[in-house]
Design a binder for this molecule. Structure first.
Ligand code: SF4
Length: 249
């Protein structure tokens, strides 16, 4: 195994950058949100090879809004389950269809394919373009389907902070709590993408670091993009094991 990847434990798949939200705190900022989605069949084949060479613990699907392409999520998470990867996570904003019956069907399919950790994003920022009924109703449908579900907020300064955004997010968390949906600690917004542009007043001092950034000398997570990009290569035209072997920081 490439020494820079000796602690590789997670594979994450950006199913698509397309999104139903337009959040002012989004770390992806002005990325082109075209309709491209990952080739899930090839992504699952790559996962087979990676899992055979290291002890993956987590497979995650996110976006954009990953459930705009639910078949891709079923394929990748289903393969992770077959491979015995224990932690199978999806992060969604809960808004991918106006058809409530379809949302319930998707929740059941997610359970069937093996999702065992569903994070539904909701906070003052998502609420601006995604009415809270979407993530709330989807979270309830997923919980009823048998999936462990948590609502995942983003905080500007913290859960107890006194600013307009965090106050509003607390109000939204109360709505989820009343429906029995557990709250995840969430994350503190860091100055990247749209957050850097719209929330700069909060970053003047002690700006938080991006907690998701990997050490290039000790890569713990592979991030697959819809274009096929991963590490320094592209798994659509290069064997994933060659990409891993040839990786240098
Ligand atoms: S934070 Fe999530 S829901 Fe909001 S625009 Fe970014 S990807 Fe979409």
């Amino acid at each position: 195994m490439n020494p820079y990847l000796k602690n590789l434990r997670k594979a994450e798949y950006i199913i698509t950058y397309a999104c139903t939200g337009a959040c002012r705190h989004c770390s992806q900022g002005n990325i082109v949100r075209d309709s491209a989605c990952i080739d899930a069949s090839r992504a699952a084949s790559a996962l087979d090879k990676i899992a055979a060479s290291c002890s993956l613990q987590t497979v995650m699907c996110f976006g954009g809004e990953p459930l705009l392409y639910p078949d891709g999520v079923y394929t990748i998470i289903g393969r992770a389950k077959t491979l015995g990867i224990p932690h199978r996570q999806v992060i969604t904003n809960g808004c991918f269809t106006r058809d409530k019956a379809e949302a319930v069907r998707v929740a059941r399919r997610l359970f069937d394919c093996g999702v065992n950790d569903l994070r539904v994003s909701a906070d003052a920022f998502h609420q601006r373009t995604i009415p809270v009924e979407y993530p709330l109703e989807f979270a309830i449908a997923a919980a009823r389907a048998g999936i462990p579900v948590q609502v995942q907020p983003a905080w500007v300064q913290g859960r107890d902070a006194d600013n307009q955004y965090d106050r509003e997010t607390r109000r939204i968390m109360d709505i989820f709590a009343m429906s029995g949906i557990a709250e995840n600690p969430g994350n503190i917004i860091f100055p990247e993408g749209s957050a850097r542009e719209y929330l700069s007043e909060f970053f003047a001092q002690n700006a938080p670091q991006n907690p998701y950034e990997d050490d290039p000398y000790d890569v713990r997570c592979l991030s697959f993009e819809p274009s096929g990009k991963v590490l320094n290569g592209n798994f659509y035209n290069t064997d994933i094991m060659d990409i891993l072997a040839q990786y240098r920081p």
